[in-house]
Design a protein around this ligand. Structure first.
Ligand SMILES: Nc1ncnc2c1ncn2[C@@H]1O[C@H](COP(=O)(O)OP(=O)(O)OP(=O)(O)O)[C@@H](O)[C@H]1O
Ligand SMILES: C[C@@](O)(CCO)CC(=O)[O-]
Length: 308
């Protein structure tokens, strides 16, 4: 039997906001994927991955999960000593969920009770997200559990708030001029320290207020208009979101990206936003005219993920 593949994810909207109860829209990204396997070549990558799993299994052994979601940690540990590793080309620290895919793969293989992602109830989806949040916290402190959940479900998910989330249909892409794309900042980012900066900022009342009254409002409006394919309000809110992040998420914007972020806002040719926690890795871009944006972003490595 071949092991199931677990895909990368892209948080189109909701990074940071989701920790504070905003809406979120997260989609699988099948360009990158991973699967659990036993040593094949015993390469440096395989040995390193196995070492990571070893340490992670100690964390899982101490984690108290409710009966429905308990893991067979003994069997996981046994497999690790027999050379288990996570064979994955999902870049680490790029905001596309390498740890989320790993968590989903481990849960799928070692949960004592088998769950069927296709027929999971809305209630259980919520419970599963909480379980994944606890499992993923090991990698970067507080996690909403969203990354592993998306990966486990392999479907777009709309998060309405902390309590409600469900599968959602993304409007079909079209061969239009518009595009959603990734830009490689050229450096890796670390989620943990970025989340720490976020919580540090959250201690200030002014920041909490603007996050709630502006960031979350623009974020939710972007999701709403995107799902309705209402492109004019979509881009109007995207610009506000991009500008807000430029002002308030400055430490999360990699230096290499700073100038082109501003250039997008000034020219209206494209708008950039964070993809995950930021600090490095990928940045998300949105444009009505990809040909034009591509020229303006010459020299940056880009990957188109959606056309409209
Ligand atoms: N192939 C792998 N084998 C073993 N461990 C891995 C593998 N891929 C990722 N990991 C674990 O996940 C950690 C990276 O997770 P982290 O949350 O910092 O980044 P990310 O998941 O790539 O980014 P983001 O959460 O922003 O999408 C690695 O340090 C490692 O512990
Ligand atoms: C920053 C954050 O919103 C996204 C990181 O990939 C954290 C989370 O929701 O798990």
């Amino acid at each position: 039997m071949t092991n199931p593949l677990f895909y990368a994810k892209i948080i189109l909207f909701g990074e940071y906001g989701m920790i504070e109860d905003s809406q979120g829209l997260v989609v699988p990204y099948s360009f990158y994927k991973g699967t659990l396997k036993f040593f094949e070549t015993k390469s440096e990558f395989e040995i390193k991955s196995n070492g990571h799993l070893q340490k992670y299994s100690d964390y899982l052994a101490d984690l108290q999960l409710s009966d429905d979601f308990k893991l067979n940690v003994e069997s996981f540990k046994q497999d690790i000593s027999n050379g288990l590793f996570f064979d994955s080309n999902i870049p680490q620290g790029y905001g596309v969920g390498s740890s989320g895919a790993l968590v989903a793969a481990i849960f799928e293989k070692y949960s004592l009770k088998k769950h069927d992602p296709e027929n999971i109830s809305k209630d259980n989806l919520k419970n599963l997200k909480a379980v994944f949040g606890e499992m993923e916290s090991y990698f970067h402190g507080k996690s909403s559990g969203m990354d592993p959940l998306i990966c486990y479900m392999n479907l777009p998910i709309l998060i309405e708030n902390k309590e409600n989330l469900d599968k959602v249909a993304i409007p079909n892409g079209e061969k239009g001029k518009g595009a959603i794309f990734l830009i490689d900042s050229g450096i890796t980012g670390e989620t943990g320290p970025m989340i720490q900066i976020f919580f540090e900022k959250m201690k200030t009342e002014g920041f909490r207020k603007t996050l709630k009254e502006e960031f979350i409002r623009y974020n939710n409006a972007c999701i709403d208009s995107f799902l309705k394919k209402d492109m004019n309000p979509f881009f109007r809110n995207l610009k506000k979101l991009s500008y807000w992040a430029y002002e308030h998420f400055r430490p999360m914007i990699p230096e290499s990206i700073f100038n082109i972020w501003k250039k997008g806002l000034d020219s209206n040719a494209y708008y950039l936003k964070l993809c995950g926690s930021g600090g490095g890795g990928y940045i998300l871009g949105f444009t009505k005219d990809y040909e034009k944006a591509e020229k303006m972003l010459d020299g940056f490595h880009k990957e188109v993920i959606y056309r409209f």
